[in-house]
Design a protein around this ligand. Structure first.
Ligand code: NAD
Length: 700
């Protein structure tokens, strides 16, 4: 028997156990081993039925994704399915932990499914830019109907055992002893005399949609309306739809073809890159398993404004009790009213229950007195972005907080080392930079100061994960990774307007690139006055942005900004007043206006960001190119199908990027275009950015 699969016989039941830690992936040895075990059970006259299960903590995490993109080795996962499905003795899948992707697909080719109460089931292939490629799109609709199958396959989210039983993915939920219950179930099926019908032969759940597919199509359209240029969700729908009119074997072959085509495409490559990148981001030099996080059973947040409120919600949602400290009761009331409203909206939308809202609200308390937060394990400061204000707050925290408490700042730009120096415990200080709205956005930049202790970083990483964030450790500089790269494009946004583009030309180029919003619509949403105030404090100007603010046009909140919002905040319209302003400013500055292509817009906005990303790598502010991609995907809605700015740059060709940067540098003199040494080196040598940095991967 292949080493990864164990075969035992208990009475008349053969028990086939997958042992391929950590997640029992269906790698080559497992596929081979399961088929061999089924053959053995088939041939043994003493065996009347089979239980297929996973060793260790889980059933199976699915295909071995390190095999993706390599030459396939037979037997394939569909071969494993066929072997299980064509057994002359009933096979029952006994699921604990999770059955994901190929793991769930194999269980669908068994004759029965039973799971422990805490098991989770999913077909998450869509998240890697794929469709289920081992029969999932054909067997699941036959088991639970095509609409319900789309609900599982298109979002790709896990379904708990209880829900899976309700929708009939599972036949049973086990009591305390899964294996014993699974054996009993298998024996029952065997005793029934007649083999249960394999899913491939079941058509009844498809009949209604075959007669009239309109409800299914409407449901599919609703599920995919937020696909934002991603191919996989639409392919999932097409594949499930095949179940209605394509014979089973032909549909399986087509499903496989679609799977392979997606796997070889750019989007899936990008999404697989992001899958590994997110895991890689957890690996931080000096923070290994020996560094134990500090315990955080109580937290405090200073400031109940936009960010403080959101951060407090994020903590409460993750089960951490939080005390919010503000300057006065009025500010507390304002902040708490926003929090209450946000939770009420979630209840109205059905995303949480009223009880869950009350539990979360119950974790929040408020105060104006520092003594009330002195025993918190972690405090996150989110007061105004001014060093003088931060200084007062950190001085006070240093005075009152218990020894060992972690002191974090949510600053967007300020020097975390300087903030740490305001205390007598700089090793307990770090940046925890959340993104707005902080209860929703996934990114958490963990800013490691010069003196931040390793266990403080480990705590921030662990807490970030506990509250559902994607943490990335970065170094100290103005704006850290995300905002620093964002700043590198802002001057060019203005220049493009002066030289001939309209705000909607620029925004459209961003939409076509795959962003859900362009920079001007985004500016209007966030409030143009924020950048205006920052520029004033730094002695900087922006001809058009400043003029808009001077005219009281702060964006959506004043009904006017780069666009006008007469028909509501979501419906910005180009405004002739802005066009006239741009022309007037161009004339004043002696700029000749001309027509500007979408390619030029992308080259002058996205390429400087890539360049700044390379500088960030040179300076060691980000540890690896993929960390930058994680920042931009989770904090700035960079299009997922492009894999993040650094991955996209490598796909587009670093030599091309350097050439275009040099061109624009020559033409504009703007230093944001002067190619970073790292980019030049990678472009010249043909190395990937990681290799050019001296990293581990080979020539790109
Ligand atoms: P905000 O103006 O909405 O809220 C700041 C709050 O802090 C106010 O409610 C104010 O009353 C309170 N406050 C001020 N001084 C205080 C003090 N001494 N003690 C207690 N409370 C005090 O600002 P915001 O947008 O929430 O930003 C807060 C911080 O988060 C800033 O450092 C900002 O740079 C950063 N940040 C903001 C965003 C964003 O998109 N708004 C994103 C990431 C980080």
């Amino acid at each position: 028997m292949a080493g990864d699969v164990n075969y035992t016989v208990d009475g008349n039941v053969a028990v086939v156990t997958i042992n391929n830690p950590p997640v029992n992936a269906f790698g080559f040895d497992v596929r081979h081993g399961v088929i061999e075990a089924m053959n053995r059970a088939e041939a043994d006259p003493a065996v009347t039925c089979v239980v297929l299960t996973g060793g260790g903590r889980t059933f199976s995490g699915g295909a071995d994704i390190t095999e993706f993109g390599k030459t396939p080795r037979e037997p394939s996962l569909p071969d494993v399915n066929t072997r299980c499905e064509t057994m002359s003795k009933p096979v029952v899948a006994a699921i604990h932990g999770f059955a994901f992707g190929g793991g769930l697909e194999v269980s669908l080719s068994c004759h029965g499914r039973i799971a422990s109460a805490d098991a989770k089931l999913a077909l998450p292939e869509v998240k890697l830019g794929l469709i289920p490629g081992a029969g999932g799109t054909q067997r699941l609709p036959r088991l639970i109907g095509p609409e319900a199958a789309l609900d599982v396959i298109v979002p790709g989210n896990p379904v708990g055992a209880k829900k899976a039983l309700e929708v009939d993915i599972l036949d049973r939920v086990a009591g305390d002893d899964l294996l014993a219950d699974a054996k009993a179930f298998a024996l029952e099926l065997a005793a029934a005399g007649e083999m249960p019908k394999a899913l491939r032969d079941r058509e009844d759940k498809l009949e209604a949609a075959r007669r009239d597919p309109s409800a299914l199509d409407a449901h599919a359209a609703n599920l995919t309306k937020k696909a934002r240029g991603l191919e996989a969700p639409l392919a999932c729908v097409r594949a499930v739809r095949m179940a209605l009119d394509t014979p089973f074997d032909e549909a399986l072959a087509k499903e496989r073809e679609m799977f392979i085509e997606l796997m070889n495409g750019e989007q899936s490559k990008a999404q697989r890159h992001l899958f590994f990148a997110e895991r890689e981001a957890n690996k931080v030099p000096g923070i290994d398993r020996d560094v134990k996080p500090r315990k955080v059973s109580k937290a405090a947040v200073i400031g109940a404004g936009t960010m403080g409120g959101g951060i407090a919600m994020a903590l409460a949602n993750g089960g951490v009790p939080v005390t919010i400290l503000e300057m006065n009761q009025e500010a507390i009331d304002r902040g708490m009213a926003v929090i209450q409203r946000n939770y009420d909206t979630s209840v109205k939308r059905g995303s949480i229950s009223a009880e869950e809202r009350d539990r979360r609200l119950g974790r929040l308390s408020t105060t104006t007195n520092y003594d009330d937060i002195a025993d918190a394990d972690l405090v996150i400061e989110a007061v105004f972005e001014e060093m003088s204000v931060k200084k007062v707050v950190f001085g006070k925290l240093d005075e009152v907080m218990k020894p060992g408490a972690i002191l974090a700042s949510n600053t967007s730009y300020l020097d975390v080392d300087a903030i740490a120096q305001m205390t007598k415990r700089p090793s307990d200080v770090l940046g925890m930079h959340f993104f707005s709205p902080a209860n929703v956005m996934k990114l958490l930049e963990i800013v490691r100061g010069k003196e931040t202790a390793p266990d403080v970083i480990a705590t921030a990483l662990a807490l970030g994960k506990q509250i559902g964030k994607v943490p990335v450790v970065v170094g100290v500089c103005h704006g850290f990774v995300g905002n620093r790269m964002l700043s590198s494009r802002s001057a060019e946004n203005e220049s493009l307007l002066l030289e001939g583009a309209s705000p909607s030309d620029v925004d459209k180029a961003f939409l076509d690139f795959g962003f859900s919003m362009g920079p001007f619509a985004m500016g209007d949403l966030a409030g143009l006055d924020i950048g205006w105030r920052t520029r004033k404090s730094l002695g900087e100007t922006a001809a058009i942005g400043d003029a808009l603010c001077e005219a009281g046009r702060y964006g959506q909140k004043t009904g006017k900004g780069f666009y006008s919002y007469e028909d509501g905040p979501r419906d910005g319209k180009p405004d002739p007043w802005v066009d006239a302003l741009i022309e007037e400013k161009a004339k004043e500055l002696g700029v000749n206006r001309r027509s500007i292509s979408a390619d030029e817009i992308i080259e002058r906005t996205i390429y400087p960001m890539i360049n700044e990303g390379a500088r960030i790598l040179e300076e060691g502010i980000a540890l690896r190119p993929s960390d930058i991609d994680i920042v931009w995907i989770n904090g700035y809605a960079f299009p997922i199908g492009k894999g993040g700015p650094m991955f996209w740059a490598e796909q587009a060709g670093l030599a091309h990027i350097v050439e275009r940067l040099e061109y624009w540098h020559g033409k504009t003199g703007n230093p944001v275009f002067e190619p970073a040494e790292l980019l030049r080196k990678a472009a010249k040598t043909g190395l990937s950015l990681a290799s050019a940095m001296g990293g581990k991967d080979e020539v790109a």
